[in-house]
Design a protein around this ligand. Sequence first.
Ligand SMILES: Cc1cc2nc3c(=O)[nH]c(=O)nc-3n(C[C@H](O)[C@H](O)[C@H](O)COP(=O)(O)OP(=O)(O)OC[C@H]3O[C@@H](n4cnc5c(N)ncnc54)[C@H](O)[C@@H]3O)c2cc1C
Ligand SMILES: C[S@@+](CC[C@H](N)C(=O)[O-])C[C@H]1O[C@@H](n2cnc3c(N)ncnc32)[C@H](O)[C@@H]1O
Length: 661
Amino acid sequence: MSSSPSLAELSWTEEGQPVSVRFGDIYYSRHDGLEQSRHVYLRHNQLEERWRTLPAGARFCIAETGFGTGLNFLAAWQLWDSTAPVDAHLHFVSAEKFPLAAADLRRALELWPELAPWSEQLLQHYSSPAPGWQRLVFDGGRISLTLLAGDALAMLAQLDARVDAWFLDGVAPQLDPDMWQPALYQQMARLSRPGTTLTTFTSAGEVRRGLIAAGFMAEQAQGHGAKREMLAARLTDQLAPSWTAPWFARPTGQPLAAREAMVIGAGLAGCCTAWALARRGWSVTLIERHPGEAREASGNAQGILYCKLSPHHPPLSRFIQSSYAYSLHLLRSVLPEDGIGWSACGVLQLSGNAKETARLRALAEQGYPTEFLHGVDAAEASAIAGVEVSEGGLHFPAGGWVNPPALCARLLQHPAIELKSCSEAMHLDYRADRWHAIDAQGLTLKSAPVAIVCSAGDSRRFLQTAHLPLKSIRGQVTRLPVTAGSKALRSVLCGEGYVSPARLGAHYVGASFRFDRSDTEPSAEENASNLELLTSLSPQLDSALRSGAALLPETLQGRAALRCTSPDYLPLIGPVVDAEQFRQDYAVLAKDASKQPCNAAPWHRGLYINAAHGSRGLISAPLSGELIGALLENEPLPLPSDLVRAVHPSRFLLRHLIRGT
Ligand SMILES: Cc1cc2nc3c(=O)[nH]c(=O)nc-3n(C[C@H](O)[C@H](O)[C@H](O)COP(=O)(O)OP(=O)(O)OC[C@H]3O[C@@H](n4cnc5c(N)ncnc54)[C@H](O)[C@@H]3O)c2cc1C
Ligand SMILES: C[S@@+](CC[C@H](N)C(=O)[O-])C[C@H]1O[C@@H](n2cnc3c(N)ncnc32)[C@H](O)[C@@H]1O
């Protein structure tokens, strides 16, 4: 059913059972596949007993190789629902080299009507995964699924998690020897702690010996049905961990006494962070200087979900791809798609020049699932857009536009979030194990053991975050009243600029970049440059819009705001260090960058930042909140380690130290 090389290629038996064409193997037995999954993975990992005795609010992590049809995941979720405390969270991390296309997954899961209450939720949010990481959250955060689309060994090497139970699934070792390697078992041991259990359907001696060599006590156990044997293991000896850079390690210390935090700044970053914590059981105070949320960069009427990728997959591109998937998942979960809050009308990325044409063409040829992106010529793009465009490019059918204030307002409806508006924090003080946000009168606005600075460019105001290289870049969007002709526009158009189908009687075209101004007074000059962007996107739409009232830059409504960016265009998400102490503690790196110091980084205890979302906050802010939440709760991280490091706030301090700048 799928034509993408990264997706599973299936054939179907007469009984409706999926068979992997690549491996020539079935995914499960038609008659007792579910029972087998329960026997091998749930019972032999003693999940029922372990979950019944979990304390309130506990976290439990299962990691799996070979997500396949998600049968093991759904069986585990079903059991979790009937055994674990209501406020406990199950993290299920699964690596899958050849994920199923969404339509194939639906067909495969039809065989298990008993699992329908769970599989329907999965199917509602599952879209054929592109290679990379994708996080899906279900049931108000009680279940989270992190799908690692790629080879198990490569994926697990990038995982930052503490696993409680492993499902070592896959194609039989004799059919897929590449996966069943000692290096895989070593990664599993690295991610385990003494007492972590592991089960697998195979009883192959080589697998058992590999697990034992990695530190697991592995024994043969009673297999299911006709299969006489399987393996059940438990980690006994953790091998000495290899050196990891302390500046990128998770901050350690005393566990926090209470799940209480303050977030400074109620834009997209602050609202997404507050929400990610609130749904993890935290009580959150959001401090905002304006009378309400989303009044600065996050206050535009329409922003687009612009998934700008590079065919060479540098960290920025992989970060954007994972974040885009999570933003869509969040929007579908929380905000009605009503054409006011948001619209999944699709996004067309049009090639404006030779370089862009080459980039878009290279991406179109990489075999992504078509539900994610596909190449289009000018005629196809025009048919999709409903107006004539002169270039082809890429179509992202699931993308669209969002009203950022609607998303922010929706997230703040969470009862555990309190918005403290008209409150401007001038300093941050740490006393008696709590951060205090102090206003201009020297009064404490709020105190909490954890503070997350989401103040965009103004994050530099605080002594503790003043060293971070944040830059503000002014931009403006221009409002264009809808006309009879412009109503034909059905999809977002992006090139040098962007324009969306109308929302509440207007289109918005943007956006300018001004490096010479830092005020937010709208300018006629930028309205004029936005009109030029419109002409370049679609002359037909341009003349349709001009057929109404004259579009005069001086009288058009514009909205200007400041984007906050970093030197490498990636956001800053994570814990904050004492910069001066950091330079002293790791001064040795200035002389020899290959040194491996072991002393823990000088963290400001409980202080985090989430800023520099540049021109794409709608894409990056939701996952950034999720990353902060996962860091604070010691949960599996939603991004591979190299990307967590790529967005780490200390990366610039480290680079400067090493380069001696
Ligand atoms: C013209 C323009 C067009 C854009 N178009 C798009 C688009 O199409 N798609 C897209 O994804 N992104 C777009 N962006 C980018 C996107 O808007 C930003 O990335 C995003 O809004 C950043 O969110 P934020 O929360 O980091 O910052 P902000 O929204 O600026 O929020 C920061 C908040 O912190 C508050 N604050 C700051 N300091 C303090 C303090 N000391 N005390 C209390 N409160 C404080 C501020 O008042 C503000 O509310 C655009 C940006 C601009 C300017
Ligand atoms: C028997 S199926 C798994 C069944 C699955 N756990 C379920 O519940 O439906 C085996 C899966 O392992 C996947 N696989 C094979 N080699 C892999 C590898 N190297 N890394 C990740 N997944 C792999 C296959 O694509 C296939 O989907």
